[in-house]
Design a protein around this ligand. Structure first.
Ligand code: DGL
Length: 269
């Protein structure tokens, strides 16, 4: 038994899509989430910058005494996870391995598209993972940098739909039967993806598999909280609290959702 919280991080509100799945899968677990909204997007930054920023969020989560850490961000998983895992004792769980596992199990025609940030697409992290699971899978990786800023400012559905349509245009003619939402922001506009994609394309949100994988790790390592333990969920942002609260309330369906602002120096630079 271990009553400490699970830590999760992202560059912004996207990580809440993972928090939601983790909460659904493990209702007895407490969580601490940090969204580094002050520095979003990570998706067009250098590897060194992403490592430095992610390290700050990890430092903050460790100050909250978390028992394990989920990188609820594809970009941080691709660019920073191998480096930072060497620096901390807590196990770090990323989203890319889980997303690839889920997609490899779903595709029938062995053609998978991945849509994410520029850094995630350029890292070919999904391609490597998918090919590792099944060398016959053909992978198309696409960067869709326009979407994250729209989601962060809670743009209306029609604006998001147009942007999704434009973003997916380069792969419109391809015959993939599975697409991975390789950015944790994208499940927030999953409906818009579904409207643009053909009905035969399966949409994979890695967060489902991340929650399952986290559950498996916690079971293996005896990390579950006691069912009697007090459950709490804390949300922190380095950015605009009001905006994060609005999205948190609507997306998580928690009217009491309340994020706290984290200043520079409070383990975040
Ligand atoms: N949510 C992040 C991810 O999953 C992307 C947002 C960003 O560009 O910072 O990749």
């Amino acid at each position: 038994m271990d009553n400490r919280p699970i830590g999760l991080l992202d560059s912004g509100v996207g990580g809440l899509t993972v928090v939601k799945k983790v909460m659904q899968k493990m209702p007895h677990e407490s969580t601490v989430f940090i969204g580094d909204n002050a520095h979003i997007p990570y998706g067009d930054k250098s590897k060194e910058e992403i490592i430095a920023l992610t390290r700050q969020s990890v430092k903050f989560l460790l100050s909250k005494d978390v028992k394990l850490i989920i990188f609820a961000c594809n970009t941080a998983t691709a660019a920073a996870m191998p480096t930072i895992q060497k620096e901390v004792d807590q196990q770090i769980i990323g989203v890319i391995q889980s997303g690839s596992l889920a997609a490899a199990g779903v595709t029938k025609n062995k053609r998978v598209a991945v849509v994410g940030t520029q850094v995630t697409a350029a890292s070919h992290a999904y391609q490597k993972e998918l090919k590792f699971r099944d060398p016959e899978i053909k992978v198309t990786e696409l960067a869709a940098p326009k979407l994250v800023p729209l989601i962060e400012r809670d743009a209306d559905a029609a604006t998001c739909l147009t942007a999704v349509k434009e973003s997916l245009a380069p792969i419109k003619q391809q015959d993939f039967d599975t697409i991975i939402l390789g950015c944790t922001h994208f499940p927030i506009i999953r409906d818009q993806f579904a409207q643009v994609l053909s009905k035969r394309v399966q949409i994979v949100d890695p967060a489902d598999q991340v929650a399952q994988y986290t559950y498996n790790v916690m079971k293996r390592d005896d990390l579950f909280s006691s069912p009697q333990a007090m459950v709490s969920h804390e949300y922190y942002t380095t950015g605009d609290v009001a905006m994060v609260n609005e999205l948190g309330r609507s997306f998580l369906g928690e009217p009491m959702f309340s994020a706290r602002h984290l200043d520079e120096g409070e383990n975040h630079g």
